[in-house]
Design a protein around this ligand. Structure first.
Ligand SMILES: Cc1cc2nc3c(=O)[nH]c(=O)nc-3n(C[C@H](O)[C@H](O)[C@H](O)COP(=O)(O)OP(=O)(O)OC[C@H]3O[C@@H](n4cnc5c(N)ncnc54)[C@H](O)[C@@H]3O)c2cc1C
Length: 476
């Protein structure tokens, strides 16, 4: 028990879980040629905590247990706790070359959101259960992901609406007994689930009274009977590496998780029918997770600035006025995201006894990141030039009668050989693909979700501003 090593994490995944990948049932995710690459990405969280230089960031002395625990499962009490967790996510994403390890962060966002919900309900049973589960995670250092997004069916219809094709587009309770509940339904896009230990399942929206069966939250081991996971294929990521690469490939997959009448013991159930509190859980998870999402994007934005400057240097255009303008845009992008995210942690508010990042600045930071993302990619594509998509492959470069020509014609500024330029273009293709564009838009909720939250959260400030100008106009 206690902090897990990389090897202990990997060994823990050999547990009979049901994972499908490209039409096949996977016997062992840790030895599968593609999935093992994703396992290594998640393992970075455990690796980082083993390194002496990250020990104080990745772990913390827990005053409740009197033990050193993973920082993610520590209850945040103030802005400093939130900021340290934020810096931990930044550090681990940097270590993953811009890929998030994901072993603990999204799970800890759900853990804290459930604690807040239980505390604000004042439900002693739920408070005790989630505290017991937090203690279990502190002692076991398990990898936990969060399954929030339901498959949803017709988006304009409520979960229980009889007009939906069937009643299972949102995960729901289909039976209960004195030992626990039985759930059915499916969650989609769940990153890292096939190689995590446990899954938090939470509702994806506010529920009405008619949707009470859908107001359900729980945590269960990934190998629980009745759970099937179907992975997004990701061979493309690996084969897009044109150049020999000694740095490990980092990648994740996202799963469709099918819950085929799965039994959940009561001690793992944190919401069951209390439909009025579904909104509190959804709201708090989205808030915590948007702060986490901003942390993911700082190392990515550092990459964007770095590749833009590098390729501009290689093309000899760094000092052109429009290029300096574009580099300035990228600096503004990175530093606005960094400073707003840090400020959101320090300007925290307390919900249900737990510190959470400032809701308005968190949502604005996430919205800003996502809304400007495509402009940032446009700048990089512009600076790189058309060769970004038309460059010959490394296999062509290795042909003896072509190598001299490629060296001659695809070099640009003196001092930067063609191979260096082509390697940088390969990195740009990998970090700016359509999958990253989509996750920037939809990850942690679509743009519209942040706009709605910003407007709702700003009600008070809008009212104050209106009152102020009405006083200045001597209307009131
Ligand atoms: C790569 C990736 C990884 C992800 N990882 C996770 C994860 O680990 N866990 C998790 O829980 N989720 C995860 N997500 C899900 C992510 O949070 C969702 O993609 C996001 O919330 C949008 O939901 P959706 O994809 O179902 O979009 P859709 O609901 O299909 O939305 C499509 C469009 O329809 C609009 N729309 C939807 N409903 C309505 C409505 N009622 N009225 C008006 N307009 C509407 C949306 O605004 C959007 O413009 C991930 C997503 C991606 C892309």
């Amino acid at each position: 028990m206690g902090l897990k090593t990389v090897q202990q994490y990997k060994d823990s995944l050999k547990d009979g879980r049901v994972v499908y990948y490209k039409g096949e049932l996977v016997a062992d995710v840790t030895t599968h040629p593609d999935l093992s690459v994703a396992v290594d990405t998640m393992a970075l969280d455990y690796h980082l905590a083993e390194l002496p230089e990250f020990r104080d960031l990745a772990t913390v002395d827990d005053e409740v247990l009197g033990e050193r625990i993973n920082r993610y499962y520590y209850l945040p009490k103030n802005g400093d706790d939130l900021l340290k967790q934020f810096e931990l996510i930044v550090a681990s994403t940097r270590m993953g070359d811009g890929f998030i390890p994901l072993a603990h962060d999204i799970g800890s966002d759900a853990l804290n959101a459930i604690s807040i919900t239980a505390n604000s309900m004042g439900n002693q049973e739920y408070i005790q259960r989630i505290e017991n589960y937090r203690t279990y995670l502190k002692k076991t250092d398990l990898a936990v992901v969060t399954a929030m997004t339901d498959v949803k069916g017709d988006r304009m219809l409520r979960p229980s609406d009889p007009e939906q094709n069937h009643a299972d587009y949102y995960v729901r309770v289909v039976d209960k007994n004195d030992k626990g509940i039985i759930v059915r339904g499916a969650k989609i896009h769940i990153t890292g689930a096939p190689y995590s230990n446990e899954i938090f399942v939470i509702p994806s929206r506010a529920m009405s009274e008619a949707d009470a069966d859908y107001a359900v939250a729980f945590a269960i081991p990934v190998n629980t009977k009745g759970i099937k996971m179907v992975c997004r294929p990701f061979q493309g990521h690996i084969s897009s590496l044109e150049f020999p690469n000694s740095r490990p490939v980092r990648v994740h997959t996202d799963a469709l998780i099918i819950f085929d009448d799965v039994f959940i013991p009561w001690e793992r159930v944190f919401l069951c029918g209390e439909w009025k509190h579904s909104a509190t859980l959804v709201y708090n998870f989205a808030l915590m997770h948007r702060r986490t999402g901003c942390a993911y994007r700082i190392p990515m934005s550092e990459q964007f600035l770095g590749v833009a400057k590098a390729i501009a240097d290689y093309n000899g255009i760094s000092n052109a006025p429009h290029v300096r303008e574009k580099l300035t845009e990228l600096v503004i992008y990175l530093e606005t995201l960094r400073s707003m995210s840090r400020a959101a942690c320090l300007d925290f508010v307390t919900y249900g006894g737990i510190a959470v990042p400032n809701p308005i600045s968190t949502n604005i930071a996430k919205y800003y990141f996502a809304n400007e993302y495509h402009n940032v990619i446009k700048i990089i594509e512009d600076l790189a030039g058309g060769v970004l998509v038309t460059a010959p492959s490394y296999k062509d470069y290795l042909v003896p009668e072509l190598q001299g020509d490629i060296d001659k014609y695809l070099s640009a500024k003196k001092g930067y050989p063609a191979e260096q330029r082509l390697r940088m273009l390969d990195l740009i293709r990998r970090i700016s693909g359509a999958d990253r564009e989509t996750i920037a838009l939809h990850g942690e909720g679509s743009l519209q979700a942040q706009r709605m939250t910003i407007l709702a959260e700003a009600r008070q400030v809008i009212g104050q501003c209106q009152k102020m100008v009405e006083q200045q106009a001597e209307i009131v």
